[in-house]
Design a protein around this ligand. Structure first.
Ligand SMILES: [Zn+2]
Length: 546
């Protein structure tokens, strides 16, 4: 019996995680996440994996398994589930966050919540959800077994022996996997460049409390809105200092609501008050927990710092605690906000100044520990860009557990096939990215994205040609309009002449096919701008019969 693991996203990039475990007659997917688009993807909000390969194996697809509720692991599921209606297994919190995204569509879907250490049978696969610590609750390492094949899909994790909520990391959950012989371990490479161990989430509360104590006025606190343990520590510290808390921002309010409902977050009674109540309280008695730690333009932090909001604006004496790392690409946005806060008399405390953030990902010490605990025959580094994967390979080789060829050189589109516990083939499968523009939930393909990039960088040209079949000639010289740059009269004249001079031969070549004629003209216009202005605008051509 052959079994395989394939990567559809999450290797070579941070985000867009999606993996397929497959035998001849069964397939299950682990995670289906988004990657956030930066300024190099104009008008794109999310990037999601291409589902082409899933369409090829749809007949044997049995389930999606969710490792945890972060966007880069579940964010693409609403798109996936609108096409493939299969059961989704995951922790209560992950499914709660997913259900909120799905809205009324969830009624038609089968979301099955699992508990820590629960084993479910999915056709020939036996799947066990092993609890790990991370920066969100209900995170699992997923152990799959099918005949002689076994895999531990150790998605995002860290080893935290003193977590804020949930149980501490328990080595006894993982050591038994080595006894049965683990075929492959898929391991989170995100922090593989860091030596040692990642600090515990609970290590930052004292620091947070100290900052709040010494803040003279209002405190505004922001972090990733799914980090409920961080929010809990802020709420507790505020209560201990006699400050009330106001929650402001859609995603924070929603996540707190979900976690409270399923018993994953306990908030002391009267600790949280409404904005209207908070505003009446003395400045040194209030903490606002707000969205926007990455400087997002729709976030509460952005609107407060830029003084866009009427009811809540930055004032002299305010302290802003930004308790998160900056995702690469967001630095400029966030810097702008920090400057705005200072400009208006506020103060900012970030991770550079105080120890107010710890990562949710394992450093080399924890990665080595997980390899030693589970002793896999093969290691498949996942989650990370090339440098993270390279550091993971180096870390693996240092353990002495692996031959060089047992640490797979993995990339998106790789399908590793195993038989009898041995790697027997490495195949390529269709893979790629799909770009999502949230306005109108538009899907943008590579060609449209190329157009958008051209539009941003080089502007647009439209050309209208009025053609008379009767005289087999143009009615007037071509009409040219440009957007995003300017051309002088002489260039316009030259372009029109260039088109008119070539038109007779193009018309003949197109043989009455106007679409073909438009293509020919488009190529000509492109060539003209490339040669005359070294510019590559988006070009649209309309041939109108008169
Ligand atoms: Zn995560």
């Amino acid at each position: 019996m052959r079994a395989s693991v394939a990567v559809l996203g999450g290797v070579g990039e941070i985000g867009m995680n999606m993996y397929v475990y497959e035998t001849e007659d069964t397939a299950v997917i682990i995670d289906c996440g988004v990657m956030f688009a930066d300024y190099t993807y104009p008008g794109v909000d999310y990037i999601i994996p291409d589902f082409t390969y899933i369409r090829e194996i749809e007949h044997k697809l049995k389930a999606v398994l969710v490792s945890h509720g972060h966007e880069d692991h579940i964010g693409a599921l609403p798109y996936f589930l609108s096409e493939f209606n299969v059961p989704v297994y995951g922790g209560k919190l992950s499914l709660g966050i997913l259900a909120a995204k799905l809205g009324s569509k969830k009624e038609k879907l089968n979301l099955i919540s699992v508990e820590a250490r629960e084993t479910v049978k999915i056709d020939g696969f036996s799947v066990t959800f092993l609890p790990v610590t991370h920066s969100i609750g209900d995170t699992f390492g997923i152990y799959l077994k099918h005949g002689s094949f076994s895999a531990l899909h150790c998605s995002d994790f860290k080893i935290d022996y003193t977590p804020v909520s949930g149980e501490p990391f328990n080595e006894d959950d993982f050591a038994p996997l080595a006894e049965g012989g683990l075929t492959c371990l898929l391991l989170d490479s995100t922090n593989s460049q860091n030596e040692g161990f990642t600090n515990s989430e609970s290590s930052i509360k004292a620091e947070l409390k100290d900052i709040m104590r010494s803040s003279p006025g209002r405190v505004f606190f922001t972090t990733f809105s799914s980090n409920l343990d961080r929010l809990r520590q802020v709420i507790e510290a505020a209560e201990e200092l006699g400050r009330k808390v106001v929650l402001e921002g859609t995603s924070i309010e929603r996540n707190v609501d979900i976690a409270k409902k399923i018993g994953r977050l306990e908030i002391p009674p009267k600790a949280v008050v409404q904005l209207s109540t908070g505003k009446k309280m003395p400045d040194n008695k209030i903490v606002y927990i707000i969205t926007g730690c990455q400087g997002e333009t729709q976030s509460t932090l952005y609107r407060i710092a830029s003084r866009e909001r009427k009811d809540l604006k930055v004032e002299p004496g305010d302290t802003f605690i930004i308790s998160s790392r900056v995702i690469p690409g967001n630095e400029k946005n966030l810097n702008r906000l920090i400057n705005l806060i200072y400009e208006n008399g506020g103060e900012v405390i970030d991770v550079a100044a105080r120890k107010i953030h710890v990562s949710g990902h394992a450093s080399r010490g924890e990665l080595t520990k997980m390899m030693n605990l589970t002793k896999p025959s093969y290691l498949i580094p996942v989650h990370g860009e090339e440098m993270h994967l390279a550091h993971m390979r180096k870390t693996a080789m240092k353990t002495g557990l692996f031959e060089r060829e047992s640490v797979l050189p993995v990339k998106d589109g790789m399908k590793a096939v195993f038989e009898g516990g041995k790697l027997v083939a490495v195949d390529d499968i269709p893979h790629g990215a799909v770009y999502i523009d949230l306005r109108g939930r538009t899907v943008i393909d590579e060609e449209l994205l190329k157009d958008r990039k051209s539009l941003c960088r080089d502007g647009a040209v439209s050309v209208a040609v009025l053609y008379s079949p009767l005289y087999e000639a143009l009615e007037t010289p071509p009409v040219v309009r440009v957007k995003g740059f300017r051309i002088d009269d002489r260039t316009t004249f030259e372009l029109r002449k260039y088109l008119s001079d070539n038109m007779a031969s193009l018309i003949e070549e197109a043989g009455g096919d106007y679409t073909l004629l438009e293509d020919f003209i488009e190529k000509l216009v492109r060539r003209f701008f490339r040669k005359s202005m070294d510019r590559r605008p988006a070009v649209s051509v309309a041939v109108v019969e008169v």
